[in-house]
Design a protein around this ligand. Structure first.
Ligand code: DCP
Length: 133
């Protein structure tokens, strides 16, 4: 049975040493080459934190701790809702296991980055995170 509650896509704002981790999408074609906060769909039965931790193992090969929300909910055209969370690295160096590249950006590089459209609304929130880090 379908849940009435919109399913969630979790996205990770991983900040370390005053920089934010961006990951470059491989697809679909309209998003390929653009940069995003890594993450993915939370599966039924997972909490958002559990699902996001799992996605970050799969996508980046790192162990993380998921903290509080960052920025606003972003409704997706497919009925899902995209939510960003503050995430701390516990173990491992992020690797592009499912992306074409990953990179750490400071405020200027973040402002200039070609982000996926859904993530652009978080730019002010992400810049604030970098400033207070
Ligand atoms: N998305 C986004 N911004 C992000 C992360 C995701 O706009 N920072 C969007 C892109 C997709 C949807 O959310 O429309 C799902 O993201 P993914 O394709 O990355 O999620 P999964 O890896 O879980 O998808 P699948 O299991 O289908 O491969």
């Amino acid at each position: 049975m379908q849940s009435d509650e919109a399913r969630e896509v979790g996205a990770a704002a991983i900040v370390a040493g005053g920089r934010l981790l961006l990951a470059q999408r491989v697809g679909p074609p309209e998003l390929a080459g653009l940069w995003e906060l890594p993450g993915g769909k939370i599966e039924p039965g997972e909490t958002p934190a559990e699902g996001l931790r799992r996605e970050l193992v799969e996508e980046l090969g790192v162990l993380t701790a998921v903290g509080g929300r960052v920025g606003a909910d972003v409704p997706l055209p497919n009925g899902m809702v995209l939510r960003a969370y503050r995430v701390t690295l516990l173990d491992g160096e992020p690797a592009a296991l499912e992306h074409s590249a990953v990179r750490w950006v400071g405020p200027a590089e973040l402002s200039a980055a070609e982000l996926v459209p859904n993530d652009r609304v978080w730019l002010p929130d992400l810049l604030t995170l970098l400033r207070v880090e």
